[in-house]
Structure formats: structure tokens, C-alpha cells
Design a protein. Structure first.
Length: 230
């Protein structure tokens, strides 16, 4: 994966208020740390950062040039997103050096088509691997071509590029191939679904009836509580 050059500015405002002001200015609050150095708070241009992540993935290598003269290589370690706005809230960046080995989570893509009348269950969509910091793959591949029901794809079945080593357990399940339900099996489940829906409707009806019971009719005064003299 090629590195992406990106500019940054030192960040002097901290806390939620400072982070909000940074984001309103079109930048992403970030922290550089690692190699025993003191964490450095910076602000990255939001558009350029988002474009790099969309193209290179969460393990995109950045060559960061800070306006104070600092030049470093870094990998995203933790990215916080706003799920509603689909924007980046904060980024932790790990300092790396050329030739340094790092352990990262890399997405796994399944290739090919399994046998007819089967379903694919994804157990883990990422794998932990160790690679040169400047050569982290953007994804890994595992073939399911012609896989029959009952087949399990493990971490050991995933293709690793040269120089990349598996850090996860080799027996970690990545995907499973199961038999697709037949038309008869699907029809057999329909009565169960219908019964469950009828029971749910009945419960709602009972709760409504209980809520209405004892409620005075419109225009009629509520009955007074009877009193018994001692």
C-alpha cells in the first residue's frame, strides 16, 4: 500500500469543546503516539483524510507533515466515526518507521462461488496479521469456489502476500458453508411465524382491554369510591 501525504496542524484546544471547534473548521482531531514519544495532538484536513481512508482502507499509511516542521509516518490505530453524519470524530495514529513490523487487523474478502444451494456465514471479517509498516495489505482473500455444505474456512486458508505473517490463531473460523433451507423447510416455519404473530396481537388486545376496563364513558362522571361508616 502506497503512503498518502497529508498536512496537519498542531492542536492546542482539547476537550469536547475544542474537538467540536476543530470539526467545525473542517478538520479531524487526532493524536500521534508511539516509539516512547510524548503524544502529539494534531488536526487533519477532513476531506483529504476521508478520501484516503475510502481508497486505502483503515490501514492506510500516512506521511504526515505538521506545520511545525514535524514529518512522520503513521498508521490509524483507532478511528471514531459519527454513524449518523458519517464523519470522522477522532483518530489515533500510531507512529511507525520504514522496515518496522506492525500487527494490524486486515479485512478478509471471500472470492469465488460456493456450491449450489448453500449459504455463506461470515464468522470473522478481519484477521490479525504482522507485516512491514509500509507494506500492510488493504485486504486479504480466501476462496470459497465450489465449497460444499459443511465446509469451514479458517485463518490458515486465507492467502497471505509475501512478507505478511498470520498473527491470529490458524484455526480461527473465517466463514462457514451451510446448506440452504429447502422450500419445504421454509414452508414449515411459516405456521410458527403466523402463530407468534397471532399471539402477539392477542397480547396487545388484552392489554388494550385491560386499560379500557373501568374507564368512565364519555360525558359520565367517574364513580365515587363507596364509603362504609364504622
Amino acid at each position: 500500500m502506497s503512503e498518502v501525504k497529508i498536512s496537519a496542524e498542531p492542536r492546542t484546544e482539547f476537550g469536547k469543546g475544542g474537538a467540536r471547534r476543530t470539526r467545525r473548521a473542517g478538520k479531524v482531531p487526532a493524536v500521534l503516539y508511539g516509539h516512547g514519544e510524548k503524544p502529539k495532538h494534531i488536526a487533519l484536513p477532513a476531506r483529504e483524510f476521508a478520501a484516503a481512508i475510502r481508497k486505502g482502507g483503515a490501514n492506510q499509511l500516512f506521511a504526515i507533515e505538521v506545520s511545525d516542521g514535524t514529518q512522520v509516518l503513521a498508521l490509524p490505530k483507532a478511528i471514531q466515526r459519527d454513524p449518523i453524519k458519517d464523519t470522522f470524530e477522532h483518530v489515533d495514529l500510531l507512529l511507525v518507521r520504514r522496515g518496522e513490523k506492525v500487527t494490524v487487523e486486515v479485512p478478509v474478502q471471500l472470492t469465488g462461488e460456493a456450491a449450489k444451494d448453500t449459504l455463506i456465514v461470515h464468522d470473522h471479517d478481519t484477521l490479525s496479521v504482522t507485516a512491514d509498516a509500509t507494506k500492510v495489505p488493504d485486504h486479504l482473500e480466501a476462496s470459497i469456489e465450489g465449497a460444499e455444505a459443511g465446509t469451514q474456512i479458517t485463518a490458515a486458508d486465507v492467502e497471505l502476500p509475501a512478507g505478511v505473517e498470520l498473527a491470529a490463531d490458524a484455526e480461527l473460523p473465517v466463514a462457514s458453508v451451510t446448506a440452504a433451507p429447502t422450500a419445504e423447510e421454509l414452508e414449515a416455519t411459516l405456521p410458527e411465524v403466523e402463530v407468534a404473530e397471532e399471539e402477539a396481537e392477542a397480547e396487545v388486545g388484552e392489554e388494550t382491554a385491560e386499560g379500557e376496563e373501568g374507564t368512565p364513558a364519555e360525558g359520565e362522571p367517574a364513580a365515587e369510591e363507596s364509603k362504609t361508616e364504622a
